[in-house]
Design a protein around this ligand. Structure first.
Ligand code: GRF
Length: 213
């Protein structure tokens, strides 16, 4: 079976896309600054002009820009997609991290960064893909949920899984308390995976992501 070292270009320059408060982005930026991830956050982009992710990044001295997403609610239009790709390429980005980016990325974007787009999802995929997965888990009556870091392909939350962490669903949980506990797990597992990618420890064999620690 074909084995591909994921994204061997060095040094690693990260581009982070997010629409919200950016707690995952900040955890990754702080891990880079502390030397735990051998990489640099080169650019943060948001599709929301006043997103927390932009302010938190700028406070850390990271270039962070709003790029208008175009008229669609769930995807970038073609002009916006080109603008996102050029901004990332101009910044020398070779690994794109989605951290709460609320739009689906299409083939044109993904082909610009082959095996170089990674996402964090707030459930144990393949269960509860899509939106508000913590609420889906609660409503379903799941006793365990968690978070998943995965490569992004053209499907919705369907790309090869790199790592997962479980989180118990407690009887007294509300959607907010469960989401907060899942986000604590996210802030552990996402920086750990990015560090492993940057050290070249992760290979893809078919759709199996193999982590050689
Ligand atoms: C996270 O829960 C992530 O799993 C989901 O969106 C949320 C983003 O949170 N995709 P933050 O903006 O990183 O705080």
């Amino acid at each position: 079976m074909e084995e591909r070292q994921v994204n061997c270009a060095k040094p690693y320059r990260l581009g982070i896309l997010g629409s919200g408060k950016g707690s995952n982005c900040m955890a990754i930026a702080d891990a880079c600054a502390a030397g735990h991830i051998p990489a640099q956050v080169a650019l943060v982009i948001s599709d929301v002009p006043d997103a927390g992710i932009l302010f938190g990044s700028r406070e850390r001295g990271i270039k962070a820009v709003y790029i208008p997403p175009g008229p669609f609610r769930t995807k970038l239009d073609e002009t916006a997609e080109r603008s996102y790709v050029s901004a990332l390429k101009d910044a020398g980005v070779n690994l794109v991290l989605l951290a709460g980016f609320m739009r689906i990325l299409k083939g044109g974007f993904l082909r610009a960064f082959p095996q170089g787009v990674v996402n964090i999802h707030p459930a144990l995929l393949p269960t509860f893909p899509g939106l508000e997965s913590w609420k889906q888990a609660l409503d379903y009556g799941a006793k365990v949920t968690g978070c998943t870091v995965h490569f992004v392909d053209e499907g919705i939350d369907t790309g090869p899984i790199i790592a997962q962490e479980t989180v118990p669903v407690l009887p007294e949980d509300t959607a907010a308390s469960l989401h907060a506990r899942i986000q604590e797990a996210e802030r552990r597992v996402y920086p750990e995976v990015v560090g492993a990618l940057a050290r070249g420890e992760i290979c893809l064999q078919g759709r199996q992501a193999v982590w050689r620690k």
